[in-house]
Design a protein around this ligand. Structure first.
Ligand code: ARG
Length: 615
């Protein structure tokens, strides 16, 4: 009994300390108050069950039910009913009769605070929570002063393995998705204060290199002086493959070439490097367009010399079995992982086993994230299973696979060009820019249009819009779903698109500009939150850190897209109903414009999109 009492006091004390600090998200500030209230009202609850079972605070979808809602009463009522007999001595003998009574007691125990205006008990026992407008206004003004802030997090070392195309092959739309999603995840994690390592795990070491080198040697003997150009490289790959499939002698020579290459033969290495260099130029053209910087190439070849030791380690740990001359690791799936192939070689599995160990143990990653198409989900489940079994995650490291769906063409089939070839990514991206330019010119020539731009700015603007739209179209739906690639849809000014967001953003900056008020004149001004549209917009903006927090956890960037689209919509509502320029509340409303613009810009940058200040 005494022990229990001590532990309870300890809990409450820890909570009080936490409450004294500044919470970085609205929801955590509200949740903390309810955690304290529940611990006070029903000490037995936190003592006997983990938080996730009884602490349920969430945003409401309808403002009538308050800003947030605490739905803990039902769960707590059940816990108390189950525990009350055995814990009668712990002070809960008078178990509340119904969930509404539970709610009433929680509400009584909410500590004094400046966050909440009032609470209401509704239905079977929901607690509707209304925030204090003064608190909202003050929190919002802080963004004006300090800029949009991330949620609080313990800084981590994070490895993000993304993009990862294959040497000598054309980069395809799957790699485009990986690059766009991966880059956005990196930006979100960096914003949260983590140290992010962007790793490009290029396919540069498979058995295909035997055939490629062999073909290079014979078909382009002077490749040093005249490297095959990139479009030839795809053809080149096909030619090599054809010879490999049709010519037994070539096939045999290719096998020998792999062994020679892997043994470090200088000439083979030279050929291999030449192939890699040609591919890199092509990859870089895509990265430049996507503004994807800082991606470090650490391809499959990097791990080759490290594989034998890893196989030894896994064997010593009893994880490896012999099977038809191969060494395999069973992971409870239909197929096992191949630690060593029956010909003694190493493949995709051995490389990934070695890579995950390297990242966890040499790079000291707290979290390793892999961004690939959903087709590789099982592969990563097995790699993660093996890594855990080998004890490599012992420090609590987290492994995440971030799977995504297919890109479909207009016909809802897998995306291809009319001729049936894979589309070159550079062409695909540039087409978006060309179309944006056409749209911009059209808009400028439309009578009454507000789109006005100097000729010299058009090119940069269409690049930002074009690439931005491709990225947004990719990111805006849940990444696991397939999406249809359509220039018309992604460039639609009235749709849920990057160009819509960019126009909304530019509109806000133009309001700011027209008002002609200097930022420093707004320094101590609080936003007006009297009008419901003001209140809803301001409250929405304050949820930005919690959205970022969720994305950092779930790795679902579409949540940021949703947030930004809602922001634009809520801003439109506000601007329709509330005068800004010339209104007695001009300054208070300009603060809103200023902060909304700053948060939108930040949110877009997390998606890799750079808005235009003027369109
Ligand atoms: N190169 C692979 C592909 O094109 C993707 C590699 C992903 N990363 C990894 N560690 N396996 O499908």
């Amino acid at each position: 009994m005494e022990d229990l009492g001590k532990r309870l006091t300890g809990n409450v004390k820890a909570l009080e300390e936490a409450a004294a600090g500044e919470e970085t998200t609205l929801i955590s500030a509200v949740t903390l108050l309810f955690e304290k209230a529940i611990a006070q009202a029903f000490p037995i609850v936190p003592e006997s069950l983990e938080k996730s079972r009884w602490l349920v605070v969430q945003a409401t979808s309808d403002a009538k039910h308050g800003d947030y809602q605490c739905n803990s009463a039902m769960a707590i009522h059940k816990i108390l009913k189950d525990k009350v007999v055995s814990h009668a001595l712990a002070g809960v003998a008078d178990a509340p009769k119904a969930p509404r009574d539970v709610s009433a007691r929680i509400v009584e125990c909410i500590p004094k605070n400046k966050v909440l205006l009032k609470t209401e008990i509704a239905g079977p026992g929901f607690i509707n929570i209304f925030l204090d407008p003064a608190f909202i206004a003050e929190s919002f003004a802080k963004i004006l002063k300090n800029g949009p802030q991330p949620p609080a997090s313990q800084p981590q070392e994070v490895v993000v393995d993304f993009s990862s195309p294959n040497i000598a092959k054309e980069m395809h739309v799957g790699h485009l998705r990986s690059t766009i999603i991966g880059e956005s995840i990196c930006r979100v994690l960096e914003f949260c204060g983590h140290r992010v390592h962007r790793i490009n795990h290029v396919g540069d070491w498979g058995t295909q290199f035997g055939m490629l080198i062999n073909h290079l040697r014979t078909a382009y003997p002077n490749f040093h002086e005249q490297p095959p150009n990139i479009s030839d490289l795809t053809t080149f790959y096909k030619e090599a493959k054809k010879r490999f499939d049709e010519d037994a002698e070539f096939k045999e020579a290719s096998r020998t070439s792999v062994v020679t290459l892997q043994a470090g033969d200088p000439y083979s290495l030279q050929c291999w490097k030449a192939l890699c260099d040609v591919s890199r130029i092509q990859f870089q053209m895509v990265y430049d367009r996507l503004e994807c910087a800082g991606l470090v190439e650490q391809g499959e070849s990097f791990y080759n010399s490290r594989i034998p030791d890893v196989v030894k380690e896994l064997t010593a740990k009893g994880m490896v079995e012999e099977s038809d001359g191969a060494k395999i690791i069973q992971c409870g799936k239909q197929f096992p992982l191949m630690a060593v192939k029956s010909d003694g070689g190493y493949g995709y599995d051995s490389t990934d086993l070695t890579a995950v160990k390297y990242r966890l143990q040499e790079m000291k990653a707290d979290r390793v994230i892999y961004v690939t198409d959903a087709g590789q989900s099982e592969h990563f489940e097995m790699i993660f299973h093996a890594a855990k079994r080998a004890g490599w995650c012992e420090g609590g490291a987290r492994l995440d696979h971030v799977p995504f769906g297919l890109v479909l063409g207009d016909d809802k089939k897998k995306f291809k060009t009319r001729s049936g070839e894979v589309t070159k990514l550079v062409d695909l991206l540039d087409e978006a820019v060309t179309r944006s330019l056409t749209h911009l010119r059209e808009r400028m020539n439309t009578e009454g249009s507000t789109t006005q731009m100097a000729e010299g700015d058009l090119e940069e603007a269409s690049r930002r819009i074009g690439y931005g739209c491709v990225k947004y179209a990719d990111l805006r739906q849940h990444r696991i779903s397939d999406y249809q690639f359509s220039y018309d849809k992604m460039l639609d000014l009235k749709g849920n698109t990057a160009v819509y967001l960019m126009y909304s953003y530019a509109r806000i900056t133009s309001i700011k500009a027209r008002a002609g008020v200097k930022l420093q004149d707004l320094a101590n001004v609080l936003p007006s939150v009297q009008h419901p549209k003001e209140y809803q917009l301001v409250l929405h903006i304050l949820k930005f850190p919690e959205v970022v927090e969720r994305v950092a956890d779930t790795l679902l960037p579409h949540l940021i897209c949703e947030f930004l689209y809602d922001t634009a919509e809520k801003f439109n509502d506000f601007y329709r109903d509330c005068h800004v320029i010339g209104d007695p509340l001009q300054s208070q409303r300009l603060v809103i414009c200023e902060v909304v613009a700053a948060v939108m810009k930040k949110g877009m940058s997390l998606l890799g999109i750079t808005p235009l200040e003027k369109i």
